[in-house]
Structure formats: C-alpha cells, structure tokens
Design a protein around this ligand. Structure first.
Ligand code: ADP
Ligand code: MG
Length: 619
C-alpha cells in the first residue's frame, strides 16, 4: 500500500461535496461573496432550477485582475484578517469559488474599484484560464453553468427543477432579511422575478420577505445581556404557522438554522402556542465574534456558542418578557384587528374595551392595540410565569380559540335530531344568514355574529379528513373517472408516484404507471369534487421529490395531505345554499382544530353583539 497525495482536482471535488450540495448552495456562496464585497445591488439569475445557470451580478468592490486567479484557487481569501477567532465576514474559508469551479463551469468577471479595465478568469474541471481582458463597468459577475456536468452521480441527488428553484428563492429570502440596505433581484426563465428594494427600515424588508401580515403581527424585541444583543421581531403567539419555515435566525448577520436557537424559541413560546404550531420570527443575535464559532461546517449554517446557556436565557427571557408586556394584543388577523378596522371612521379613543365611542382620530398603527388597556402593562413589567399573559381581557374578543365557543378538549360531534331540530342559533357557530362576496358566510349566533372564510374552513376540513384517512387506517371515498386521465411526469416522478401509490389510494387517489414518463389517474378523492388532475399529481410529485426517501415521506405525509387539501379547496367564489353553509358550520364545530386553516390563519372570526352595540355607541 502506498500513500499518495491526492491530485488537486480531486481534493477540490471532495471539498466541493460539502460546500456545493445543490444549486441553492452555489447561490448562497455567490451572494455571500457579493455581500462581503460591500455591494448595494445584487442580481441573481437562474435557469433550469439553477442547474444550468446561476449568475450573480454585484456592484461591490470587485477583484483586481492580478487577484482573479487567486480568487478561484483553494484556500485563497481576502478575508480572515483577524484569524479564525474573529470572523466578521460571511465567507472566510476561501473554498467556495474553487469548489464550484471543480464541479461546474465557472467564470468570474470583475473590475476592481479604481482600476481602468475589467478582467475575467474561467474555471472548468479545475483548470483556470486567464486572466484576460473583459468588459464590465463595475463590480463582479460570477457565472456558473452546468452544475455537476462532470459528476453525474451528484446530479441524481437533485430534486425537480421546481424544488431546486424554490430552494434558491428561500436562500435569497433568508439572506435578504439580514441586509435590508441591499437591493436583491432574483429572476430567470424558471421563475417569476422577485425584487426586494433597498430600505433603511428592517421591518419593511421583513414585510416584503415574510409578508405584510407579519409586520402587523410582530412585536419588536431588543435585549442584551453580558455583551450579547438580541433584536428583531417576534410574531404574536396567535400568529403562528404549521411549519418552522418562517423562523429567520441570524448570528452576526449570518443566516443560521441552529438546533439550540430553535429549541430556545420553542421554549419561549411553549406556554403560548400549541405543540404543532410554530412561531414566525426574525431575530438577530449580535455577539462578539470571539464568543461564537462559525467554522463548524463548510456550509456555515451551524454555529457553536461559547456560552449556549447565556444565549438561550437571553432569548427565552426577552421574548417572554415582551409577551408579558404586550401579550394581551390579539393577532390582527383575529377579531381584535377586525374591530379596529370597523372602527375606521369613528375609532375608539381608548383601548379599553368598555370605553365609550368617540370620534377622536388616532394614529393608524395604534389600531393594532385596539381592545387592550394601555395602562395594564408598562415596559419592564417583569415576566411572571404563573400569571399567563395570554389571557384576553374581559369583554375583549378572544382569538377564535375553541374555548371561546364552549368547545372543550373533546368537542362532541354534531348530531342532527330530525324530530326536535334545535334552532341553529344555539350552535357555537350559529345559523348561516348570508354569503357575501362569494367567500364569506355570515352566521348569527346567540350573542353575536360569526364570519367564516369558507375557503379556509373547507380547506381545513378536507385536510383533517385526509389526515384521518391516512392515520386512521380507512380510505377516503373516491370518484371513478370515466376516462382515466394521463398525466405526463418525469421518469423519476413516475417512479416516486408509483411507490407512493398505496398511500395515495388511501387518500382516494388511484394512480398507476402509464408507459414511460406518464401516470394514469383512475380515481380522485370525492371530497375534492372536480379537480385538475395534472396539477394535483405534479404537486404531489414535487412533495414526494422533496421528501426524498420513504422514511422522510412519512414525516411529510401531512404535507401531501395539505397539498391535496389545497387543491380541493378552491371553493371561494362558489355560491352556497343555506343548508350547505349550515353543514359547513356544523362540520367545523365537530372537527377539532378547524379554527385555523392549514396556513395558521383563522377560519372564522366572531363578534359579540355587545361589541357591535358598543361600536355604534349603544353601550
Ligand atoms: P471566501 O469568501 O471564503 O473568501 P471564496 O472562494 O468565496 O472564498 O472567494 C474567494 C475570494 O474571492 C474572496 O475572499 C474575495 O476576495 C474574492 N471574491 C469572490 N467573490 C467576490 C465578489 N463578488 N466581489 C469581490 N470579491 C470577491
Ligand atoms: Mg465566499
């Protein structure tokens, strides 16, 4: 046995395996470089899900012609001025460009600030060409083509073009959150263009990335302890999501998905949120670079804190205290916000629920505090674990929690009694009186009104039924198609669908292989009604591709159910008859968890008659 030094191109390919896992990792590395270069505008273009092309253009400091060959050589970096103990840039390993160049075709064109001309180098299969003169007015353009063309084994691990595109979008969103002063543009033939305009207001960027709703339903957080600073925005407990995908966490500007941080977050929200719900947050930790090690993994998404207990304590303590101060605020998505909007022309002067109506104008953002007594909390109120801060004030509309409607842990299913029909008003969700704008059911309850989002409610019911079928062992009723529908899919997708056929059959979807690159749909779930088979099958195929292995599939089965549910629930705009509306209300009462849709939004809101009267100044 002889021991040999591996040739450079093999060393690079091995290193590349850890840095460049998929197109999104290329985007991450290139965008990080552009950020490190002090850019104010970064444009990302992709094609073929980032497999055939990733191009990142920036207006940063650029690279001098003489340095270009070094930039694409392994272990060459202009960063790390202060050693591994003080990493202040996103990159520092000097690995990204050579790694990408070893598994794809790479060109780097750049013009350094102050230099008279631009130059470029090209790297293919590890061999560098150039530098040669090029045309570019400023900044840097890094272009990667044909990822893994020389490593077909890795190509197999890539997911569908759509899934890879989505992963790229996600990476750009994550980085964009941390750098609101930089304009990001993501475009390409494989996607619709996404632009995040530059802004000085971090919250504005968050609204652009996460959604305007987040900005309305988040509390600003700012705390520090022993040199560690935590700041950002934490979503109200009532504003939650079904997955942890909307948790944006940063350490010194670097997006991380760190187990300890995620668990601290769970701890902070533990007594305010159901176990299967996830908060939406954008939180930034600023910490002396010497107290955190980011050199844990080549992809740099993991970090190690020198004092994890300190960081955890800071997060849990700060968030809980913040909720204690302000936790009485309901999500605007719930009735509180609705009341505030109703108040529009004649807003209430005070947040007190029993305050008389006056016409005093208020700042629009104050409307968010509608319904809560401003005097009841003051900044710095210490958090107390035994007095739950999430209790609505008396007389204030609670979020549509089940207990608000007399539902307890196990709601009794509705049983129609044909002989002595109870007046519908007696039911928690009341009797349907009207359908408005094709999507909202207005129902009258004993002491108020309920407005139901029929699309959201139906989607949730379908989802619950699908999950019941998946886990309960039975199968959902299906509808036989007179003529089977043939859906063209990729060969891999056809394989995955065939593998999952048994599970899908339990959902009422019967699929068979149909020659190469196609499947035949023979039955669809009755619960969905008429459904676009092609879209449904392709979406499920994407879900399966995302899951990867059959084991992971089990974990994602809920997502498949949610995908199916989403298809069946294109019900807004459908005109419902009174008994259909009442049937929907009764089903909602019978199904636990129907108070929020699959996306965590409420499916209905309730207004007490007393509150309506108050709005009109009758009380
Ligand atoms: P690292 O970022 O870890 O230093 P990279 O391989 O990503 O390693 O990049 C190598 C070097 O190339 C960087 O240190 C930097 O000097 C230079 N570089 C790469 N991309 C850019 C860019 N967009 N603008 C300016 N310089 C860049
Ligand atoms: Mg880098």
């Amino acid at each position: 046995m002889t021991i040999r030094q591996l040739p450079d191109h093999l060393v690079d390919q091995i290193a590349a395996g850890e840095v460049v896992e998929r197109p999104a990792s290329v985007v991450k590395e290139l965008v990080e470089n552009a950020v490190d270069a002090g850019s104010t505008r970064i444009e990302i273009a992709t094609a073929g899900g980032g497999r055939s092309l990733v191009r990142v253009t920036d207006d940063g400091c650029g690279i001098a012609a003489d340095d270009l060959p070094l930039a694409v050589r392994r272990h060459c970096t202009s960063k790390l001025g202060h050693g591994l103990d003080r990493i202040e840039t996103l990159g520092f390993r000097g690995e990204a460009l050579p790694s990408i160049g070893s598994v794809a075709r790479l060109t780097v064109r750049s013009r350094a600030v102050g230099s008279a001309a631009a130059a470029e180098v090209a790297l293919a299969n590890g061999a560098c060409e150039g530098p040669r003169p090029a045309a570019l007015s400023r900044g840097t353009v890094v272009e990667m083509r044909d990822l893994f063309h020389a490593v077909p084994a890795r190509l197999k691990f890539l997911k569908s073009e759509r899934a890879e595109s989505a992963a790229i979008t996600e990476i750009v969103r994550r980085i964009a959150v941390a750098f609101p002063q930089i304009r990001f543009e993501l475009s390409g033939a494989d996607r619709s263009t996404l632009v995040f305009e530059m802004t000085d207001a971090p919250l504005e960027r968050l609204a652009a990335v996460i959604g305007a709703e987040f900005a309305e339903n988040a509390l600003e957080v700012e705390a520090s302890r022993e040199g560690v600073r935590l700041f950002g925005y934490a979503g109200l407990p009532a504003y939650s999501r079904g997955t942890s995908a909307s948790q944006y966490l940063y350490v010194n500007g670097r997006p991380v998905r760190d187990k300890m941080l995620l668990s601290a977050l769970r701890g902070a929200y533990a007594d305010a949120m159901a176990k299967d719900r996830h908060p939406v947050v954008a939180l930034f930790l600023e910490i002396d670079p010497e107290l955190v090690d980011v050199n844990v993994h080549p992809a740099k998404a993991d970090v190690r804190f020198r004092d994890p207990g300190l960081v955890r304590g800071l997060i849990v303590g700060a968030l809980r205290q913040r909720f204690a101060q302000d936790g009485l605020r309901s999500s605007t998505a719930n009735a509180g916000g609705l009341m505030a909007r109703f108040a529009g022309g004649a807003p209430r002067a005070e947040g007190r629920a029993d305050a008389p109506v006056t016409a005093a104008p208020r700042r629009p953002d104050m409307a968010r505090f509608e319904g809560f007594a401003p005097g009841s909390f003051s900044p710095g109120t210490p958090y107390s674990a035994d007095a739950s801060p999430f209790r609505p004030l008396d007389g204030v509309r609670a979020p549509p929690a089940r207990e608000a409607f007399g539902f307890d842990e196990a709601p009794t299913p509705y049983q129609p009694e044909p002989d002595s029909p109870e007046p519908a008003e007696r039911h928690p969700l009341g009797a349907a009186r009207a359908q408005i704008h094709g999507n909202f059911i207005v129902a009258e309850t004993q002491d108020g009104i309920v407005i139901v989002d029929q699309h959201a409610a139906h989607e949730r019911l379908v989802y619950e039924a699908l999950k019941g079928a998946l886990y309960g062992g039975g199968a959902l009723a299906s509808q036989f198609l007179l003529i089977p529908e043939i859906v063209a899919v990729s060969e891999e997708d056809a394989d995955r669908l065939a593998e999952a056929a048994e599970t899908l059959a339990r959902l009422g979807l019967s699929i068979e292989r149909f020659g190469p690159g196609a499947v035949a749909v023979r039955e669809t779930p009755s619960i969905l009604g008429a459904v676009d088979c092609g879209r449904l099958v392709r979406d499920i195929a994407d879900e399966l591709a995302e899951a990867g292995t059959p084991d992971a599939l089990r974990a994602r089965i809920d997502h498949v159910a949610a995908t199916v549910a989403c298809h069946g629930s294109v019900r807004s705009g459908r005109i419902l008859k009174a008994d259909e509306m009442n049937a929907l209300l009764r089903s909602m009462e019978a199904v636990p968890g129907s108070g929020t849709c699959n996306h965590g939004r409420p499916t209905f809101i309730a207004l007490k008659l007393a509150d309506i009267e108050r709005m009109f100044g009758r009380r």
